[in-house]
Ligand binder design. Sequence first.
Ligand code: HEC
Ligand code: HEC
Ligand code: HEC
Ligand code: HEC
Length: 147
Amino acid sequence: MRSKKTLFTVGFFVILSAVSFLIASEGSPPPASPHVAMTPELKEKYPIKAHHAKLSLRCTDCHEKQGDNPEDFKAIGDEGCLSCHKTKQYLADRLKFMDALHVNPHNSIHDGPKLYCDECHNEHKPSDNMCLSCHSNDVKIWMRKTP
Ligand code: HEC
Ligand code: HEC
Ligand code: HEC
Ligand code: HEC
């Protein structure tokens, strides 16, 4: 009787640890970034665009080497964006289909692929298409809302 019970108990724990191992290796979130925890307060104060949020980007994926105090983070400039989005020419080529009407925002007839990202894109606030400052209505027909 007794040994059966022990066997049962041992078997139970073997299964239990196998299951928890599986859960731990598959379901667990990626390890927290070294210094900055993404608290609900920070996420609310510095909301991240949906296209980046769905990739689970963390503060420090963009604010690299900016220390560990989120209140001290600064804008990341073209260099920050291009650390993931490659080059301005690469981005211009991705929207090449818009060249036909000369309305590729990443390769405009005025400036080519030279503009700063933050002339149009923001991260924690809505983006603001610079072309609109002169082409107030036609731009809305040329291109999508700036993501
Ligand atoms: C996809 C890149 C990206 C991610 C992820 C990101 N930021 Fe930013 N952050 C920016 C950019 C770009 C700016 C420049 C201002 C803007 O575009 O909103 C900025 C500016 C800031 C600033 C300066 C505020 C200002 O008004 O200049 C702070 C502070 C900041 N971010 C905190 C955070 C925190 C905290 C997180 C995580 C919850 C975070 N950021 C995640 C790109 C990012
Ligand atoms: C840590 C890497 C990373 C950084 C830094 C980053 N991005 Fe992204 N971003 C991505 C990835 C990955 C995607 C999804 C795949 C794609 O569209 O390239 C994306 C998607 C986007 C999209 C949406 C594309 C669509 O289909 O609508 C925009 C717009 C964008 N990023 C702009 C920016 C700008 C502007 C910056 C700088 C403020 C920036 N990103 C910084 C990784 C990054
Ligand atoms: C003149 C305004 C403007 C500038 C400057 C600009 N963008 Fe854009 N961007 C847009 C607009 C508008 C779209 C949407 C285009 C469409 O689909 O109609 C867009 C789309 C995107 C996309 C998604 C489309 C794609 O090719 O995958 C990414 C990623 C992106 N921008 C990143 C950047 C980065 C990084 C920079 C800086 C090197 C930058 N943009 C500079 C206006 C701009
Ligand atoms: C400082 C003002 C200003 C800004 C900013 C500006 N444009 Fe223009 N754009 C003009 C003027 C002026 C003309 C020539 C007159 C006209 O055709 O409307 C022009 C002409 C054009 C034309 C030719 C229009 C046609 O009818 O053939 C295109 C396309 C265009 N711009 C695209 C853009 C794009 C894309 C942006 C953003 C990257 C932009 N412009 C930003 C002032 C501006």
